[in-house]
Design a protein around this ligand. Structure first.
Ligand SMILES: C[S@@+](CC[C@H](N)C(=O)[O-])C[C@H]1O[C@@H](n2cnc3c(N)ncnc32)[C@H](O)[C@@H]1O
Length: 234
């Protein structure tokens, strides 16, 4: 298999997603439709929030009121889900490797003063201001990343910015028959259930729930472990 450097992989992700955004951003974000209207596109984001977030508020809010919560979305694309998150939560931060996607997300979220969007480098959260998050989310993003080290780096970064006990809920590719290559920016690397648990442990999370192992939509609930107190281990 051809080997390419991490820098080259990140360059390709940015280049390919910028190109997809220029071509037809909404189609490449959600390929079930070529010609999304604003209304349909934003409604599909609300559906994602209803299916993945509103029915899981005990794990996500942990007693906090949603308007008092600061949440992070990784791979916010053209703002489809970001906008719906902003209708529920107090503050929403989104990052994406593609500046062209971010431009469209800003347009989609115009009028939402609680949305903050950043183009990042495709592997970390250094672009964010020093704030703490109550919840982090990522859907149909890691399924496009061809390198497990990049995904794990995001997990470590989310651990850095989340408050202890908070949830990172995200989806990865779980279908073991998917074949990716280092240059591919469409088909991401698949994870087994064991790999998902081991990655959580290495990064300071508990992979408390998993759903959809073996399928494209392998959802993970990673809870940030609280730091051990002075009396821990006695
Ligand atoms: C299929 S779209 C989904 C967008 C959004 N999550 C949604 O559900 O509407 C995938 C998005 O992930 C972004 N992306 C791909 N690789 C990324 C990376 N390494 N870091 C950050 N964003 C990435 C792409 O630019 C694109 O906007």
């Amino acid at each position: 298999m051809k080997r390419i450097s991490l820098e080259e992989q990140l360059r390709r992700m940015e280049r390919d997603w910028d190109e997809r955004a220029r071509q037809n951003a909404r189609y490449w974000v959600a390929t079930c439709k070529q010609d999304w209207t604003d209304e349909e596109f934003f409604e599909s984001g609300r559906r994602t929030v209803a299916e993945q977030i509103l029915n899981d508020m005990i794990n996500i809010c942990q007693g906090k009121a949603p308007p008092e919560m600061r949440v992070l979305e990784i791979g916010c694309g053209a703002g489809r889900v970001t906008r719906a998150l902003a209708e529920v939560f107090g503050e929403v931060y989104g990052v994406d490797v593609s500046g062209e996607m971010i431009r469209r997300a800003r347009e989609a979220c115009r009028g939402f003063a609680n949305v903050h969007l950043y183009k990042n480098n495709g592997m970390d959260l250094s672009v964010l201001p020093p704030v703490e998050f109550d919840f982090a989310f990522s859907s149909i993003v890691f399924q496009h990343i061809p390198n497990k080290a990049i995904i794990e780096n995001y997990v470590r970064e989310v651990h850095r910015v989340l408050r202890p006990g908070a949830l990172f809920k995200f989806q990865v590719q779980g279908d073991p028959t998917v074949e990716t290559s280092p240059e591919d920016t469409w088909l991401g690397v698949p994870f087994t259930d064991e790999e998902a648990v081991a990655m959580a442990e290495r990064c300071g999370f508990e992979a408390r729930y998993r759903h959809g192992a073996g399928t494209q939509y392998f959802w993970l609930w990673y809870f940030k472990r609280a730091p051990a107190g002075p009396g821990a281990g006695r």
